[in-house]
Design a binder for this molecule. Sequence first.
Ligand code: BV8
Ligand code: ZN
Length: 244
Amino acid sequence: MIDFSPEFLNVLKSAKRVAVLTGAGISAESGVATFRGKEGLWAKFRPEELASADAFMLNSALVWEWYQYRRDIIDKVQPNPGHFALADMEKHFKSFALITQNVDGLHRRAGSQNILELHGNITRNKCFNCGKPFIDEINLDQKKPPCCNCGGKIRPDVVWFGETLPQSEFEMANEASATADLFFAAGTSAIVYPAAGLPMIAKRHGAYLVEINIEPTPLTDMADSFMQGKSGEILPEIVKWLRK
Ligand code: BV8
Ligand code: ZN
């Protein structure tokens, strides 16, 4: 049983508008490697070598291999108690926005409804040239990577470094952060912008800022409450309080 501060419990009970920003850490307990941990996806390569348009133009086969490798993992894993707790939490508040940097689709599989995917979704593909969704099977055995009938290369429908975030999702995420009275940052290293700026927007507009992480991040000093531990253990405990 986790003993939360009376201050946090007061805020939790009186909150009307809640926003949550999640990162790869929330999927770690499902068995999806994070990006920057020692066992992280980027242990061998630098992020820019894989998650960028240049990397793709330079070596689309390597980038495709990386995404297919990640898709194979994601196909085999399940949402964990942290994902389910957030899906449950949504029902307890008048307004609840789940803003995620993750592309694994696990929040939707856990039953969350109001999800803002800031970095796209690894299960979707699109044409790099005309942007049209590509719904056929990706078969990497063919010599050249899949192409669109406009001649453009097919790519994963995710946001790479140097690319802008989907405008409407980002605007809604900004609005949710600026109007929240309670904001959770869960399982994120808080270093990738502009997503990492959202907790500060919330805090500046008067939200009570809670960080849930197994270790401190650049956000920790400004959080009103730093809950050190696994999101899959802490979030269900918070939901238990909501049910009381
Ligand atoms: C933009 C793609 C500009 C999808 C990702 C220099 C050069 C180029 C760009 C920049 C630069 N300096 C700054 C920038 C901007 C750049 C940026 O912020 N770079 C950082 C690295 C400095 N941002 C961008 O490029 C963005 N676009 O700015 O556009 C622009 C503007 C106008 C016009 C044109 C362009 C685009 C950013 C999106 C990049 N795409 N991924 C994919 O393949 O997945 S980023 C990648 O990092 C993932 O999406 C991930 O979501 C994101 C953040 O990582 P986290 O989710 O936080 O994961 P991480 O592993 O880092 O941390 C996990 C955390 O969980 C840890 O803290 C750990 O302690 C914790 N944890 C672990 N287990 C648990 C846990 N916590 C709780 N419980 C557990 N069990
Ligand atoms: Zn096309």
